[in-house]
Design a protein around this ligand. Structure first.
Ligand code: FEO
Length: 399
């Protein structure tokens, strides 16, 4: 039988490790993930969140290792997305809890998922429930990252159960920050912010301000993915503050694809120009890279340059994919440009520039396009485009 792991005086981790997950609704999860559920053994045993449906048995075994599941009196759903609520109905059927709590939007969204009356009790910001020696205080966290998102704070033990926030897609059996190598987890934490939390950065900043104002300093931050912050919970809070501010560095990202090498030839010249001008460059062919890697690279970038060939009078499908994805992530403050190669209709490359504008990317150098293979003049223009962009980045950053 799989075992629960004690994380504090009264709290056990009863989640599941998904070592093999490689795609989380379009986000490439090269290191898998965890679905964290937590069991509080107080007078009224309380379960915080459940796990993805396929991992119900694993969660239930871990619960059974410390308590008869039917002794659980309260279930709290901090988030309705199915990686946390997917086992909720089945768990309720087994446990028969006296009460299930969720935010008002949680109740609405759970109903829209399961189409049955789950008799959810509504938890509003500031509501508190006594579970014995300890008390749980709720805070609605709308759009961090869904309308239903909610935090539960265990007051006496000083533990913040933060649902998806402060998490990462990182499968590990080492449940605490100090047991994991920052060289491994840091890129995953940044990637998670860039792909999940970034569009809600203004809300993150307001939320962190509130935390500071009330002087909340949790002993543990226990998110629903990755590990628990124990040694230094403020580390992830500070990283969120930095990422949410979206301050650019001296870095440009070139995202492109190529059919017969022409667009890539221009991309390489642009990269060389950027480099000669002192910028850090990341070149991502969308043939070899995934959209979530592109989102990660943009997190600390000042500029986005996008190159596409024209296929059947359209931009290349891999570019349409990544731009649709990045548009939804609403990265702020980018300057940029479009470039590419066409055969007999160059209009799609102009449309690429328009798409960048619709993503709030400020086009600061003219679009560069070539008919079929770029000649020396076009290649030189590509290098100049990179140099000019590096100058603009430096000016933007006051370098
Ligand atoms: Fe981990 Fe928004 O679900």
């Amino acid at each position: 039988m799989m075992q629960a792991v004690k994380i504090s005086d009264k709290v056990y981790w009863v989640g599941a490790i998904d070592w093999n997950l490689r795609d989380f609704h379009g986000y490439a999860t090269h290191r898998g993930t965890t679905y964290n559920a937590y069991l509080i053994l107080d007078d009224k045993p309380t379960l915080i969140d459940t796990v993805k449906k396929e991992f119900y048995d694993e969660m239930m075994q871990r619960i059974q290792s410390v308590i008869d599941p039917q002794k659980i009196e309260i279930i709290i759903s901090n988030h309705a997305e199915l990686d946390h609520a997917g086992s909720l109905v089945q768990t309720m059927a087994t446990v028969k809890p006296q009460a299930v709590y969720a935010s008002i939007m949680g109740a609405k969204n759970l109903t829209a998922h399961f189409h049955q009356d789950l008799h959810i009790k509504i938890a509003k910001t500031g509501d508190r429930i006594n579970i014995g020696e300890d008390t749980i205080c709720f805070t609605e966290a709308r759009m961090l990252h869904w309308p239903d998102s909610m935090f539960s704070y265990l007051e006496r033990e000083n533990i913040l159960f933060s649902n998806d926030v402060f998490g990462m897609h990182y499968a590990t059996n080492r449940l605490f920050d100090d047991e994991n190598d920052s060289k491994e987890w840091f890129p995953e934490a940044a990637k998670y912010y860039a792909n999940i939390v970034l569009p809600y950065s203004d809300i993150v900043l307001r939320f962190l301000e509130q935390i500071k104002k009330i002087g909340l300093s949790p002993h543990l931050i226990a998110p629903d993915h990755g590990f628990i912050w124990r040694k230094n919970p403020s580390e992830i809070v500070n990283l969120y503050e930095k990422w949410a501010q979206q301050k650019p560095t001296n870095k440009a990202v070139i995202i492109y694809d190529t059919m017969w090498g022409s667009t890539e030839k221009i991309a390489r010249q642009i990269a060389d120009g950027l480099s000669a001008g002192g910028a850090t460059v990341k070149m991502l062919s969308m043939h070899q890279n995934d959209r979530s890697q592109a989102a990660l690279e943009l997190l600390d970038s000042a500029a986005l340059l996008v190159g596409s060939p024209v296929l059947n009078n359209q931009i290349f499908p891999s570019l349409a994919d990544v731009l649709c994805y990045l548009k939804g992530l609403r990265k702020k403050g980018l300057i940029g440009a479009a470039f590419g190669s066409y055969g007999w209709n160059g209009a799609p490359i102009d449309e690429l520039a328009t798409t960048l504008q619709s993503m709030q990317v400020e086009l600061t150098v003219p679009t560069l396009k070539t008919m079929f293979v770029p000649d020396e003049t076009i290649l030189q223009k590509g290098r100049e485009m990179g140099l000019e962009m590096s100058r603009q980045i430096a000016a933007k950053l006051n370098l």
